[in-house]
Design a binder for this molecule. Sequence first.
Ligand code: BDR
Ligand code: CA
Length: 305
Amino acid sequence: MKLILDLDTGIDDAFALAYALASPEVELIAVTCTYGNVAVDDAVRNTRALLDLFGRPDVPVYAGPSPAGWEVAEVSAFIHGAHGLGEVSLPAPAGGSAGDAVDFLVAAVREHEDLVIVPTGPSTSIAAALEDEYFASHARLVMMGGALTVPGNVRPWAEANVWQDPEATDRVFRQAADVTMIGLDVTLRTLLTHSEVARWRAVGTRAGEVLAELAEYYIRAYETTAPHLGGCGLHDPLAVAVALDPSLVTCLSLPMQVDLAEETRGRTIGDLSRVAPQVKVAVGVDAEKFLGAFMERLTRLAANT
Ligand code: BDR
Ligand code: CA
């Protein structure tokens, strides 16, 4: 299966990248970068640096659009660190962006039949690609974002990725033919704790140490923002895992919309006025199976790089 990740490369995006690289059934053809946890340039730099770390400098990285005047939100900098990767310092990568993310996404869907796109940041680039009708009717999207049956994480009703660009996610729900939504309904049931992290440190490689440092930073942030959870949410890697194995989740299919009015701006909710397209919204997850696959794959990657 061919895969493109659309990342706003913070800590759980880094885990999503690692999950894809650690999965032998996946050919990661490219990463496109968006803004969100960090600015686009930082997302490109972080992604390139991680690809170098994991021994995959061959994977191209493309840069997406960013709204004029956009700045990193305080909560994002707190959870992911000022540069997106906690306090981890990686050597500056040699390469930069290979080109425009939106053009690349549109062309890739025409070129590859067995392609899945996993967006794990704001929907801005994907919404821009939807202006191409072939993309809208053929792209298979497994996106991390939204919350249908649970509250939001940056507003009482809004999840972070959707909150950044509600109009864009609304367009994805209305125009894209094949969307699976992996929202807080399921990602906050798949948690990483200090005990798992110790396994990465025990591997004894630089990659193992980086994974452990990232996770510890992320868990510490969650201990402040959401202490009741007892760990950090594995949002973005769960979307990658579901792209590979849809049986990890149970879904409700319904037409979705994003509220754009001020009082509930960013809320992802069913739309009674339409019958299509139906978004597959994940509402149940086999957390044990996912966490097992996550730890097995990332630990193997850490040991081999
Ligand atoms: C989402 O927001 C970002 O902070 C994470 O990387 C994830 O994609 C969770 O709400
Ligand atoms: Ca993300």
